[in-house]
Structures are given as structure tokens and as C-alpha cells.
Design a protein around this ligand. Structure first.
Ligand code: PEP
Ligand code: MN
Length: 691
């Protein structure tokens, strides 16, 4: 008997139970929707309730020995789906044909192209009986069909996180008689597709849309002897490969396209950047009504008159009403050279009083203005994303510790240093406004205290994944890990280099944390910056000016550590080097200095935190691991850092410290991390801050 058949039977049975449990859960959700439907004052989303659910799941998962983080991700999917289901019920309220309506949607491309796949996603949560998708050759043809009443909607891509805005679509929405009724996002996952039986090494021609070819440039460059050929779309290229029957020809398209045209995936994840998302607009002929409690977005197009400051006045009108602008795009106006149409997306519905007041104001500064539509917002705002993330990771039990009171903003030190005129960019300005440094969604310098944690060095895949899971559970929002290690001895482990960086990035992606890693050589900066979210300049390199200039040219934020014999002034001058190069996202790190004292690895200059805060607007964090070199001192020093007003800490942790290849004596364990969080929480709460 096949040894796998029994466990597989069990899995099949459990999966069936699992699905029926999901259905029962959804039924309960619908009872809640019924209540919300009849009570317009009840909020659609109850964050407190969601937080409780994450806690319940995390606790249950833990008792069953499953990762609470993994459980949190499953719950997130379930909640997303429940919310969409709720929306479907709420949107169908009042419409007589809900559930019986047949809908035709136009798109550009052929079946299984990314637009077609997204149509499936959009209408999965809409109350319709039948969905017909009609592919057109171009964007304009789809809009023509919409205007002529041949289709009910058109779904067109408006922007991509790598390729940018799709100009033709902007021009269409600005000039045609259509209105935006929805938006949706689709994560693009390019694969190399070939005929069944084809071999990767035999491929000689790769076809796809030019943008897709460009997004997989590095993969194609490393693929010797292969020519790339442009095709009008990705799925169309897949279809042509299937029709052609030549096993040396492959296409870049989605896995769904492979299924649609009977191809196989020869290689996955071939895009240069892991994050590749396309945003689509759903266009209709008439505005549509939706529940006012849903977060909305409004798009508009306007042309400013040629007076100085006219555009600024328009933008100020949104700010004055507290309205967030999510996108601004300009397009030339064909009939009037050097005049531009501005397309703006703002948060809020056109019927909101604040939006109306802002638009009234904008009208006064424009020659022309048109609202292109108000529709439910799909792109989560940063705040919402961070909120969900914090629910998943902040499940450590609350501490039962007496809360001391410590101000987060410490009093300026009595002894004021003379102002150094060379600190032009990093000095605290008159208005004392602090800089927030955003590292792929994690903000340093704001009300959240950042925990950047991970192993000293990336050692192997297993260790890195375990370490990432450990620190995520321990409340980390940034993952650290050294791929290039500056070691005092040439015989010590030097790090895995770029292979280590790949492992770090994989772990960061799996546990959804941006990664920070040290870069040692100016010539490596560009390559490290392609995948790391933050570049670390180590203590030994704080005055490597060639390296500082190179990271100054980079677009990635920089974590600048204080040199072990550097003064605070020298640290600031090093930051100035980076900022003078154009990179203003610098976070400073006090990591201990060399003194006559040998009881600890270095001497933590804790006073450097308030001194720096009084002199610079940049965020300041502390590294208690390298400062002390002793596991038992890491938590007390981290607490001291929080108490004195640091913006975060960077801490080393390891799944198995005794076997760490680097800095084993200072690495924290999982138990240490829960103690750390339990002790940090009340201090931060007393300062009005949180993790
Ligand atoms: C590190 O953080 O990995 C490190 C080597 O720190 P430092 O440069 O502060 O010694
Ligand atoms: Mn270390």
C-alpha cells in the first residue's frame, strides 16, 4: 500500500471540514452584515474586534505549536474575504436586479491576461448572475465599446509600481464620457511559459509585452543565446507559443495564462523586482452608489491658470481640509502646448463636506476641473496596512509591570554646543520639525518605537528563516542580518555575501518585514540597494567617505552607526555627507564607543540620544547588542534607550545562540524577546508611544 495514501486521505477529509467551517463562519458574518445594514450608524470595520480575533488566533496557534504569524496571515485572508462579502451585501441593497444582472466587461487583451484576471477579482464580490468578458485590441477600443453601450464596464490598467503611469489610459479617462466606478490591484507574477515537455535550456526565443520583457531584464540578460521579441500582450504571447508548437519558443506571462493555453511553467519569479503591482480602474457610464461607510477615493482632472502658485493653491486646498492626496499626475494638453492637465486622486467621497469644500476652493484656481468619479478605495492606505501588520505581530502578552513615566521628548541638554555651519542639512531647524524616515512602510521617528531585530550574520537558509520567524513573533518590524561581515580577524566568518543577501530578502518577504543589511564597499552599494530596504553603514565605516558618498547617491534609506571612536559631531558630519549626496533618509545609531572600560564590549553613550535629538531632526536609534556584547545587558539597555527617547533599537537574536557564527554571547533568544516586549510596552505607553 502507498504510504502516502493514508495521510492524504486525512488531509482531504480535514480540508473538506475546513471548507465547511469557512462556510459556516461566513454565514455568521452575514448575520452581522444584516445588523449593519439596518443600522447605518454602526461602523463597518471594528478594529478592536479584529485585534481580539488576531489575539485569539495567535494564542490558539501557539498552544498547538503553529506559528502565530502564519495563523495571523490565514486570518487576514479570511477577514479580507468576509469584508468583501459584506460589501457585496451592502452594495446590493436597494437594487432590484441584484443577483440577476448579467454584466459585460471590456478589457484590452486576450483571455488570461492580467486585466482579464483582475475582472474576475472585481466581480467576485459584486452581486451579479453572469459575467461576460470581452477582449479588445486596444484601450481606446474598450472605451469606445463602453460609450456605445456594447459593454457595461471597461477595466483598464492605470499604473504599475515598476513601469509607472499608463499615459494613454489617463488621456482616455480625461476626455471620454465615462466615469470611474471602482479600482482594483493585481500583484503581477511573471513566469516563463513553454510547451509541455519543453526544457528551459533549449529555449531560444522569449516573447512578451515590452513592459514585461523590461521587468524581467536581469533574468533575460543571464539567459545566454536567447532573443527577446516584443508582443502586443503577455497572454497573447502565451497563446502564440501554444499555437506555434515550437519548444524553443517561450512566453513571459502569468501562471493562469499557462493553464488557459495548455502551457507549463518553466521558471517562476523571474521579475527583477519582487513587488510588481498593477492598479486598474473600472469605468462605467454612470456613477454608482455604495455604502457611505466604505473608505472612498475621488479622482479629478484640472488645468491650472498660469499664475504663480496656482498649483500650490490647489494642493493647499486639500491639505486645509485634511484630505490626503494619493496620486498626482500631469499630462500635456495636445491643443495647448506647454499647458498641462493634472490628475489627482484624493481620499474621500465627492459628497463628503470636506471634499466639497476643497473642490470649491480648487475651482477658484483652475481653468477647468472635472470629477472623474468617487469609488470604493481598494489600495490600503499606509496607516491601515501598518495597523493590520501590528495586529499580526503585536500578540505578545501585555506586561504586568508598573509603568514608570518617562517623557519621549527629553529636555534639551543644558550645555548647548556651538552650531556647526557645516551641518547644513542635518541640523534641527528653527521649527524643530522632525524627519520621519519611511523604510518600506516602517516609519522611524514617529509614534511607533521600531524594533529591528535578527541575527548578526546570515548563516544559511534554515537559520535565517528561523531567525525571521523568531523576531517576527517577538514584535520586530524590521529584519536585520549581515551578509557582508566586517570582522576584526581575517579568519573569522566573513558572511555569505550576495547569496546571504538573497536569503535575508527571502526571509523578509516571507515574514513581511523590510530588511536592513550592512554594505561594506562602494562598488556593492547599487547591487545591495536593489534588494535591501535599508543600507547599514557599520561603525568601522562611519568615516569611509567614498562609501558615504555612494550611499548618498542611493535611493534607499541609510542606517548610519556611530564609529567606535567618533564624536557626536563626527557622526553628524558623516550623516551630512550622505544627505549632501541627495539621500535625506538617514537614521542615526548609537552603538557604544571605545573607552577605558573593559567590562562591556563598548560603553553605551546613552546621553548621545538626547544630545543628538537636540541637534538633529534625524531619527536616532540604539544598538544595545554591540554596545554591551553581553546577552543579560541587552534588555536593560534597550529599556534605557526607550526611556531616554530613542526612536527604536536594533538587536541581535538567534534561534540557537550557542551555535551562532558571529556574536553568540550577545544574541537574544525567543524568551528574551517576549521579556523585552513586555518591559517596553508600559514605558512606551507612558510616553504616548507604542511598538
Ligand atoms: C552589525 O550591526 O552587524 C555591526 C557589525 O555593528 P557595528 O558596525 O556597530 O559594529
Ligand atoms: Mn554583530
Amino acid at each position: 500500500m502507498d504510504p502516502l495514501s493514508k495521510p492524504r486521505e486525512t488531509i482531504d477529509r480535514l480540508d473538506r471540514e475546513f471548507v465547511s467551517l469557512l462556510a459556516a463562519r461566513l454565514k455568521a458574518v452575514r448575520e452581522i452584515v444584516g445588523h449593519k445594514q439596518n443600522n447605518p450608524d454602526v461602523r463597518l470595520r471594528d478594529e478592536e474586534r479584529e485585534r481580539q480575533l488576531f489575539e485569539i488566533w495567535a494564542r490558539e496557534a501557539d498552544t498547538h505549536g503553529i506559528s502565530p504569524y502564519f495563523a495571523g496571515r490565514v486570518l487576514r485572508e479570511i477577514l479580507t474575504w468576509s469584508r468583501r462579502d459584506q460589501e457585496r451585501v451592502l452594495d446590493s441593497r436597494g437594487s432590484t436586479d441584484a443577483g440577476t444582472r448579467s454584466v459585460r466587461v471590456g478589457y484590452q487583451g486576450v483571455p488570461a491576461c492580467y486585466s482579464d484576471l483582475t475582472i474576475g477579482k472585481v466581480f467576485a464580490s459584486r452581486p451579479i448572475a453572469r459575467l461576460e468578458r470581452i477582449g479588445f485590441r486596444g484601450f481606446a477600443a474598450a472605451v469606445d465599446a463602453l460609450e456605445a453601450g456594447e459593454v457595461d464596464y471597461a477595466l483598464l490598467p492605470i499604473e504599475n509600481t515598476i513601469a509607472g503611469s499608463i499615459n494613454e489610459v489617463y488621456d482616455l479617462i480625461g476626455t471620454r464620457h465615462v466615469t470611474i466606478v471602482g479600482e482594483e490591484v493585481w500583484p503581477v507574477e511573471h513566469c516563463l511559459l513553454g510547451l509541455p515537455g519543453a526544457k528551459l535550456e533549449h529555449v531560444r526565443t522569449v516573447r512578451s509585452h515590452p513592459v514585461a520583457l523590461q521587468q524581467c531584464q536581469k533574468f533575460l540578460d543571464g539567459f545566454v543565446g536567447v532573443t527577446a521579441e516584443s508582443f502586443h500582450d503577455t497572454a497573447g504571447a502565451a497563446e502564440a507559443v501554444a499555437r506555434g508548437g515550437d519548444p524553443t519558443v517561450a512566453a513571459i506571462a502569468s501562471e493562469d495564462a499557462a493553464r488557459e493555453y495548455g502551457l507549463v511553467v518553466l521558471k517562476r519569479e523571474i521579475a527583477d523586482h519582487a513587488i510588481n503591482i498593477t492598479r486598474f480602474l473600472l469605468l462605467g457610464r454612470q456613477p454608482e452608489v455604495f455604502d457611505v461607510r466604505r473608505p472612498a477615493k475621488t479622482s479629478l482632472v484640472f488645468a491650472v491658470n498660469h499664475r504663480r502658485g496656482a498649483l500650490l493653491e490647489c494642493l493647499k486646498s486639500f491639505d486645509a481640509q485634511g484630505i490626503n492626496l494619493t496620486k498626482l499626475e500631469s499630462r500635456p494638453q495636445v491643443a495647448t502646448p506647454w499647458e498641462y492637465a493634472f490628475y489627482a486622486d484624493i481620499e474621500g467621497h465627492v459628497s463628503d463636506v470636506r471634499v466639497q469644500a476643497a473642490l470649491e476652493e480648487v475651482r477658484a484656481h483652475t481653468n477647468h476641473m472635472k470629477v472623474l468619479g468617487s469609488y470604493p478605495r481598494r489600495v490600503e492606505s499606509e496607516r491601515e496596512r501598518a495597523q493590520i501588520e501590528s495586529m499580526i505581530s503585536a500578540v505578545t502578552p501585555a506586561a504586568e509591570v508598573e509603568a514608570p513615566t518617562c517623557p519621549a521628548e527629553p529636555a534639551a541638554p543644558a550645555k548647548k554646543a556651538a552650531k556647526n555651519p557645516n551641518l547644513k542639512l542635518c541640523s534641527l531647524r528653527e521649527d524643530a520639525k522632525r524627519t520621519l524616515v519611511d523604510v518600506s512602510g516602517v516609519v522611524f521617528g514617529g509614534e511607533r518605537f521600531v524594533l529591528a531585530m535578527g541575527p548578526c550574520a546570515v548563516e544559511n537558509r534554515r537559520q535565517m528563516m528561523d531567525a525571521a520567524e523568531l523576531v517576527k513573533r517577538g514584535g520586530a518590524s524590521v529584519l536585520r542580518g549581515g551578509a557582508f561581515k566586517p570582522r576584526t580577524s581575517p579568519y573569522a566568518f566573513q558572511g555569505l555575501g550576495f547569496a546571504g543577501l538573497d536569503l535575508l530578502v527571502e526571509a523578509g518577504r516571507t515574514y513581511e518585514m523590510p530588511v536592513v543589511t550592512e554594505v561594506l564597499h562602494p562598488e556593492d552599494v547599487e547591487r545591495v540597494a536593489e534588494s535591501a530596504d535599508m543600507l547599514q553603514i557599520g561603525a568601522r565605516n562611519m568615516q569611509n567617505f567614498a562609501l558615504l558618498k555612494e550611499v548618498g547617491r542611493s535611493k534607499r534609506p541609510v542606517l548610519l552607526k556611530r564609529g567606535m571612536s567618533a564624536t557626536i559631531e563626527e557622526l553628524l558630519l558623516a550623516a551630512e555627507y550622505i544627505m549632501a549626496g541627495g539621500n535625506h533618509r538617514v537614521v542615526l545609531c548609537e552603538r557604544g564607543i571605545r573607552t577605558f572600560e573593559t567590562a562591556t564590549r563598548n560603553t553605551l553613550d546613552i546621553a548621545a540620544v538626547p544630545v543628538l535629538k537636540a541637534r538633529t531632526h534625524l531619527p536616532v536609534i540604539v544598538d544595545p547588542s554591540h554596545a554591551s556584547g553581553v546577552r543579560e545587558l541587552v534588555i536593560p539597555l534597550a529599556i534605557a534607550a526607550a526611556a531616554i527617547g530613542a526612536d527604536g533599537v536594533i538587536i541581535e537574536a538567534h534561534p540557537n545562540p550557542s551555535e551562532a557564527l558571529c556574536d553568540k554571547d550577545q544574541a537574544l533568544t525567543g524568551d528574551d524577546l517576549s521579556k523585552l516586549v513586555a518591559q517596553l510596552k508600559p514605558i512606551l505607553a507612558s510616553q504616548g508611544r507604542r511598538l
